[in-house]
Design a protein around this ligand. Structure first.
Ligand SMILES: [Zn+2]
Ligand SMILES: [Zn+2]
Length: 432
C-alpha cells in the first residue's frame, strides 16, 4: 500500500486539490487500492464532518461507493414531481456508463429504468427509488427542497447499481433499477406501472430514510408497514337565503357540522390503527349576512390495512350523507385526491434475505424487525396492482430531523453507505 501511495503521490495531490476546490473542510481518508481488474482505483471519502469515518475491508475491490458524490449532486438540484429532468438525466447517464441498458421517459414521464442482464436465466430483481423533491413556501416564495430524502434514495440505488456491475454481483437473471418520479404526488408508481416496465419483475425492493422518531441513526427497519391514506372533498349543497329569513334556506354550514359529528362517531375495530378527521372547511356566500349556497369539507383518512380503509370509506360516506340529510342538505359531489394503499405483498423468503443482508451491514443490535407507520408510500401500488409480486420495504435510520417533510429536514449522509451495502447484499443473494 505504501508503495502504491508513493507511486501515486501526484494523483493523491490532485484529489486533495479537488476536495479543496469543492470547499470540503475535512478530507478524512484517502485509500489507494490496486488489484481490481488491473486498474488503479482511488477510494476517497470527504465529508463536512470529520467524524464521518467509514471502515474499509481491504479484501474488497471497492468498499466505498460513489454514493456521497451522487448525493451531493442530486441534493443540489431538487426538482418536483414529473419535472425531475436534470435528476433523471444524471441517473440515466451514470447507469449507461456503468453498463446498464436504460429506458427513459417511461409512459411519457421522467421515470426511468436501468437493466443489467447477466445473460444467464434467473429471477428478475427490481429495486425502486423515488426522485422528486417537495415544494415548500419559504419566506413567501416557492422553493423546491429534498425534505423527504428522495435524493438519498436515488443516490444509494445508483451507487449500488454501479458497484453491482463493476463487481460482477449479477451472475444470473436480471437486475432492474427503477427510478420513479412524483412519489409525493401519489401518481409516480402508477406511471411506472402504466409503462409496463415492471411486468417481468419477480422481486421488488424499496427503501426510505426514516426520521429519528422511528429509527435511530445507523439502524435498519427490515419491514416498513405503511398505512393506507385517502383524502377527499365533499361539496354540500344547501339553499341560499337572506340572513333575516333563514327559514327559507338550508344552511350548508349547519349541514357540514352534522356531517363532521357523524364522521367523528365512526368506529372501526380498535385493534387496527385508523383515523379520520376533517382537515378543511370552506363556505362563503361573499357577504356576511346571508346563508351560503354550499360548503366544501375535506377529510383525511388513515388505516393500517386495506380492508379497514375500504370499510371506513363506506362508513364515512354514509355518515356524511346521512349527516347533511338531517337538515335537508345533500352531497352534490365528491373529489377524491391521490390516496395510497397500505403495505401488502411482503414475501417471507425476501424478508429473510433483507434481514440477513441488513444484519451483516449494521449488526443485530441495530435491527428493528418491523414498524407500523401511519405515513403513506405509493410503492404499495405495485403489489396491489400486480398480485403475486414479492415485495420488501426497508427503513433506513440516517438521523433525519426534525422530521420528514419539515422544511429544514436534514440527516447525516454518511449513513447512506449502509443503504448501498444492503442493496448490494440483496442483489448478491438473489442474483449471485
Ligand atoms: Zn414524502
Ligand atoms: Zn418519501
Amino acid at each position: 500500500m505504501d508503495e502504491i501511495r508513493r507511486q501515486n503521490r501526484a494523483s493523491v495531490a490532485f484529489v486533495l486539490k479537488f476536495a479543496e476546490i469543492l470547499k470540503y473542510n475535512a478530507l478524512s481518508e484517502i485509500f489507494v487500492y490496486n488489484g481490481f481488474e488491473e486498474n488503479l482505483f482511488f477510494i476517497f471519502h470527504f465529508n463536512r464532518k470529520a467524524n464521518a469515518t467509514v471502515f474499509y475491508d481491504s479484501k474488497e475491490a471497492i468498499v466505498m461507493s460513489n454514493v456521497l458524490t451522487h448525493y451531493q449532486f442530486l441534493h443540489a438540484i431538487p426538482e418536483p414531481g414529473f419535472q425531475e429532468f436534470k435528476t433523471s438525466d444524471y441517473l440515466a447517464g451514470k447507469l449507461e456508463e456503468a453498463g446498464f441498458t436504460v429506458t427513459r421517459n417511461l409512459a411519457g414521464s421522467t421515470g426511468l429504468a436501468g437493466e443489467f442482464d447477466s445473460g444467464v436465466p434467473g429471477p428478475v430483481l427490481g429495486i425502486r427509488a423515488d426522485m422528486d423533491a417537495l415544494t415548500h413556501i419559504i419566506n413567501g416564495k416557492k422553493e423546491f427542497r429534498h425534505t423527504c430524502g428522495h435524493d438519498g434514495h436515488s443516490s444509494m440505488l445508483l451507487a449500488a447499481a454501479e458497484a453491482a456491475a463493476a463487481q460482477g454481483l449479477v451472475k444470473k437473471g436480471r437486475l432492474k433499477v427503477l427510478f420513479e418520479p412524483a412519489e409525493e404526488l401519489g401518481t409516480g408508481a402508477l406511471k411506472m406501472l402504466e409503462s409496463g416496465i415492471l411486468e417481468d419483475v419477480d422481486y421488488l425492493v424499496g427503501m426510505h430514510v426514516r426520521p429519528t422518531q422511528e429509527c435511530h441513526a445507523g439502524g435498519v427497519i427490515c419491514e416498513m408497514h405503511y398505512a393506507a391514506g385517502c383524502q377527499f372533498r365533499a361539496r354540500i349543497r344547501g339553499r341560499h337565503a337572506h340572513g333575516a329569513r333563514p327559514h327559507l334556506g338550508i344552511n350548508p354550514i349547519d349541514a357540514s357540522l352534522c356531517a363532521i359529528a357523524a364522521v367523528n362517531a365512526v368506529h372501526m375495530d380498535p385493534r387496527i390503527p385508523f383515523s379520520v378527521k376533517c382537515t378543511r372547511f370552506h363556505s362563503d356566500s361573499g357577504v356576511f349576512n346571508s346563508v351560503p349556497e354550499f360548503a366544501d369539507i375535506t377529510f383525511d383518512m388513515r388505516a393500517q390495512d386495506n380492508p379497514t380503509m375500504k370499510d371506513m370509506r363506506e362508513q364515512v360516506i354514509r355518515a356524511i350523507e346521512n349527516g347533511v340529510a338531517a337538515v335537508g342538505a345533500k352531497v352534490e359531489e365528491y373529489e377524491f385526491y391521490n390516496g395510497f394503499p397500505a403495505a401488502e405483498g411482503f414475501d417471507p423468503e425476501l424478508a429473510k434475505i433483507i434481514r440477513e443482508s441488513a444484519t451483516e451491514v449494521v449488526g443485530a443490535e441495530n435491527i428493528i424487525p418491523s414498524f407500523n407507520t401511519s405515513g403513506g408510500e405509493d410503492f404499495f401500488f405495485y403489489p396491489v396492482r400486480m398480485p403475486g409480486l414479492k415485495v420488501g420495504f426497508i427503513g433506513l435510520g440516517v438521523g433525519a430531523e426534525p422530521g420528514l417533510h419539515h422544511e429544514n429536514m436534514h440527516f447525516d449522509p454518511k449513513y447512506l453507505e449502509n443503504g448501498v451495502s444492503i442493496h448490494k447484499k440483496i442483489i448478491a443473494r438473489i442474483l449471485g
